[in-house]
Design a protein around this ligand. Structure first.
Ligand SMILES: NC(=O)c1ccc[n+]([C@@H]2O[C@H](COP(=O)([O-])OP(=O)(O)OC[C@H]3O[C@@H](n4cnc5c(N)ncnc54)[C@H](OP(=O)(O)O)[C@@H]3O)[C@@H](O)[C@H]2O)c1
Length: 385
């Protein structure tokens, strides 16, 4: 099937100095880009794999549909799965209407690849059932990320860790998609790690509502309206006011005072890099941004690296876009990264508090529903083919 794409892809060219007019132009371009409509088709083909999406009605599930079409993913059959609440509803994909089915034990009987985004308990229950039946499960939840023998994959970083996972060569299996903040950080810092080695990483995140799912996005929108209308705020998902506020990430707290989101960044990074020889600490914060996370990352390097060389390394690395215009104070924003495949990197500078050139600071933004979840999972599925 032919693929036609109609996108406004041009990156704004920032004028100097930053005037009100150039800012308005920039904002108008971002608005147009974010509103742009795709007209693309996936590749339905009788020789393609049979694919299921578990959690299709959710924020990540809906993104799966967009990414599969954008990337022309080959498939011969598509199955849409969600809870009993959604069974019977319809969803459009690649020009066809599909009835959503309730996810059950027999849902994967005839499926080659299942993209899971229905939460950890569903993955824990149905992932192994599907894998046993010969299906490759690409799981977005944290259920198996640290399980020995389950690859935890960011294709730009450690695709080789799933080298033997191939359709037709192996009888099913589970592959985990890392946590969204981990994916965003590691796409940005792994090229530096490869070049000189990273001894220590301190990450502070600014995480969007969409990371907590479709209902959290609706809550931020509703609360913003409530506040502007002078009404009491509606709180269903978070127990704190989200609009015009920020707070420590809502993940459960662990015994050491870090929350689970922060510990995911620590433990998953070590697994993905296959090393214990890196010290990592994270502070994860929810900010009232609708889509795309931001992270401030401080690195201690094993040997000197000049900021200019760091910029060149990052510029030539897969999946990264640089916005680093000091003269115009123009650096990555969540809006820049929204709906984009790449991780945006800027504020690339020597850390003045560390000796020589062993410290580096970065500010990164990435669309965590896209690269942090759906796109990364579809890239993993592509590695299975
Ligand atoms: N949002 C992100 O940026 C992001 C990033 C990385 C990983 N993840 C992970 O991806 C998963 C989904 O996140 P999300 O943000 O898409 O959540 P969401 O918007 O709340 O969607 C949840 C999905 O799970 C389905 N579901 C819930 N209970 C089910 C059940 N008993 N049986 C079958 N399906 C069920 C829901 O179906 P109904 O509509 O029928 O209830 C819905 O499709 C979570 O594990 C999350 O941690 C999310």
């Amino acid at each position: 099937m032919t693929r036609s794409v109609s996108l406004i892809c041009a990156r704004t060219c920032y004028a100097s100095p930053v005037s009100q007019a150039s800012l308005s132009r920039r904002n108008a371009l971002i608005r147009r880009r974010n509103q742009c409509r795709f007209s693309v088709y996936a590749s339905k083909d009788s020789s393609g794999p049979k694919v299921a999406i578990a959690g299709v009605t959710g924020a990540v599930g809906q993104e799966f549909l967009r990414v599969l079409t954008e990337r022309n993913f080959p498939y011969s059959r598509m199955k849409m799965l969600a809870s009993a609440r959604s069974a019977g509803k319809e969803v459009e994909f690649d020009g066809e209407m599909y009835k959503i089915e309730e996810l059950k034990e027999d849902s994967f009987d005839d499926i080659d690849i299942a993209l899971f985004s229905a939460g950890g308990s569903i993955s824990k229950k149905f992932g192994p059932i599907a894998a046993k039946k010969g299906c490759f499960v690409v799981d977005n939840s944290s259920a198996f990320r640290l399980t020995e023998g389950v690859p935890l994959i960011i294709p730009e970083v450690n695709a080789l860790s799933m080298a033997e996972y191939k359709l037709g060569k192996m009888h099913g299996g589970i592959i985990s998609n890392p946590n969204c903040s981990t994916i965003i950080a590691l796409v940005a810092v792994t090229p530096i790690h490869r070049a000189v080695g990273i001894k220590r990483m301190v990450a502070s995140t600014y995480q969007a509502a969409s990371g907590a799912g479709a209902l959290a996005m609706a809550e931020l929108e509703q609360q913003t309206r409530d506040v502007l209308n002078g009404d009491p705020v509606t709180m269903k998902i978070f127990n704190l006011q989200y609009a015009f506020n920020l707070f420590s990430h809502n993940a459960p707290m662990t015994d050491n005072g870090y929350n689970e989101e922060e510990m995911k960044m620590v433990n998953e990074t070590k697994k993905i890099w296959s090393t214990e020889d890196v010290d990592i600490a994270a502070t994860c914060i929810r900010v009232p941004v609708m889509r795309a996370h931001a992270e401030s990352i401080n690195l201690t390097l094993c040997s000197d690296l000049d900021e200019k060389d760091a910029k060149e390394i990052l510029r030539s690395s897969a999946g990264i876009k640089i916005i680093d215009d000091r003269a115009n104070n123009c650096f990555p924003t969540p809006l820049d990264a929204s709906n984009r495949d790449e991780i945006y990197v800027g504020r690339i500078r020597q850390d003045i508090s560390q000796p020589g050139r062993t410290g580096l600071e970065l500010f990164v933004c990435g669309d965590q529903i896209k690269k942090g979840a759906a796109l990364n999972a579809v890239q993993i599925a592509e590695l299975l083919l």
